[in-house]
Design a protein around this ligand. Sequence first.
Ligand SMILES: Cc1ncc(COP(=O)(O)O)c(C=O)c1O
Length: 382
Amino acid sequence: MSTFNIPFNKPCLTGRELLYVAEAILRGHAAGDGSFTRKCQELLERELGVRRALLTTSCTHALEMAALLLRIQPGDEVIVPAFTFVSTVNAFVLRGATPVFSDIRPDTLNLDEKLLPDLITSRTRAIVPVHYAGVACEMDSIAATAGKYAIPVVEDNAHGLFARYKGRLLGTFGCLATQSFHETKNIICGEGGALLINDPELIERAEILREKGTNRSRFFRGQVDKYTWVDVGSSYLPSDLLAAYLFAQLESWQAVQETRKAIWTRYDAELSGWAREHRVCTPCTPPHCEQPYHMYYMLLPSLEARHRLIEHLKSRGMLSVFHYQPLHLSDMGRKFGGVEGQCPVTETVSDRLLRLPFFNDLTETEQGAVIQGVKDFPLSSS
Ligand SMILES: Cc1ncc(COP(=O)(O)O)c(C=O)c1O
């Protein structure tokens, strides 16, 4: 049997990255907010229909900006799913907030909107739904609950660029939303992110926070004759070299999505029969959600079965990975009162979820080998 060397992820180029990075260097503007940053932001604003898009150094930093913009303070509570990346929560904890962990839905693995009303208190200052794998949370219900108590919604849309809920693009529902361009995402620049701003009242302060607490953006637009320190802030803007890399990717976003759709669809077509036979769940995309083909995951019957499948694929030279550990059971989560059994769906999903290799340059042969590797796995003996 031939063995492969198939990574889980590979940062893939679309063609013009090196050209644009060279152009950015030769143009002599390597710092942030150069012409490539502007082009990326305009493209995101145009394609997504958001009021303002600001490139950031990561999705983590975009989330930190969201916490600052909402003036989160010690004593405030923020509702987050227990099944997410640490930054969704840490950005708010950094400002002194107490995370209130919500369990997730067993089908889409998104924050369970039915649990929200019971988690809201007089101290709730934000709800942060995460569109897992870019499949939308139930935004109608979340917006209705948040609206009833006038609580801002921040969408963590790290996975879901260009995905839709009932025809509407993700990132347009919250007063704020965040994107990631980390090298594991569909559209990448190594490390990068964006803050999407739908509430126009937050735009000016967002520019200030991102520019070290100064009104430098207004200065560059000729709106003030000198710039100065006006608020708290930090340095959240990426170099224009990274924006150049990102612009090449963003320009080709439809082609990237088509490629990924083909990979995802083949995984699903060839594995769903095997999965049904072996009590393995494959991803659920409700009919009113258009997904971005960010990842292909499976839910194995047990932790032990997942471990054995990872090892089985590894023995054939293929890297599959698990995802998020339950945040309420992490060392930090326990400091906020997290206990076993608090979020039962999160706890079982974390044990059983496995992600298959997924990147734009995955060849048909490689993908075929991964699929065969899964089908050859002796699951029934577990
Ligand atoms: C749901 C979610 N939010 C935020 C992040 C952080 O993204 P970044 O690495 O761009 O900071 C990730 C990272 O994968 C994520 O999965």
